[in-house]
Design a protein around this ligand. Sequence first.
Ligand SMILES: [Zn+2]
Length: 393
Amino acid sequence: MQPMIIHADRAFTPFEEIPDAVIVVQGSGISAVGQRGKIDLPRDAREIEARGKTVVPGFVDVHIHGAGGHDVMEGTPGALETVAATVAAHGTTSLVATTVTASESETRASVAAIANFILDAKQNPARKLSAEILGIHFEGPFISPARRGVHPEKWIALPSVALLAQLLQEARGTARILTLAPELPGALELIRAARESGIVVSLGHTDATYEQAQAAIGAGASHAAHVFNAMRPFSHRETGVIGAVLTSSKVSAELIADGVHVDEAAMRMLIELKTPERVILVSDGMSATGMPDGKYQLGKFEVNVSGGVARNAEGKLAGSTLTLDRALRNMVAMGVPLASALRMVTANPARQIGLGSRKGVLVPGADADLVFLDDKLEVSGVMTRGAGLALAG
Ligand SMILES: [Zn+2]
């Protein structure tokens, strides 16, 4: 296949800023990145001029339920393709399909269907603009009824190594993250079992005390789901799970930076304490993402979206319609340096799921997942594994 040479005003790897940048794409991967004149370029390449643009790695969303009118739990190729194509237009070039708490049979069927899609796509990768589904994030069913948010109480389950084993069997090697409440009986044993299977354990939808959360971190939990949301609130005498997450260097923290889920001062506190290395911006996006206001499904339950904000019948926040390009702009608008904000949507989430050399970075050998940003940080072009680029503006 003919190689491609992309010229842009600058690139972020994201660890390094390269002025007058050149990126060489061969097939679905990156073969060279550097400053013009400082790297060898292939002959007979197709040249693409991205003047005025900043090239950054494609965004990696480790907590997303749906988009484009579909929920990942539908599990059909059509639904998953729609989700993947919708978010790709916003710069998300890979994602971890996130389940919500549902009946055991429904969860198993969804997991099996998503796994099929992922394994099929590995055999026949899409040669068009589409986010790669990297795996499955189980949000529940082992969560706290007291902090369940909109997850249906009826299907919440106590930690069970046997149930996890069944889900992992359905997932056929595609399970990546398990969000659980560590204060529940049996949680520590479940955390150890998940870690032994290579699953990232995430604290979330939890009423844990500081001590309970610390015990979970000691057992191997290294991630926290949408920090501040669906967690026991922080108090200066009982800091709870938030105190443990904010002060442990072993834990990376998800943040829904839509300006609705978490107040700006709390977002600043999180970034100060975790440092930009351990903050992971997530969308928690549901099916209404990229769609007009109206009624939508999150898993099996109905959600009303008004002004882009998703709530259930009780008025509880039910995921978001955020996309990671907007989350990035929100961070920069708060004064976070672009290089730091970029890490939170690229290298940090990729590293957390063990894909730090293939995703979320512009380095030789990584997938050619590229986002082209204009001077307002709006997405003006996206490439997914070497395909799909159409530059606007
Ligand atoms: Zn949640």
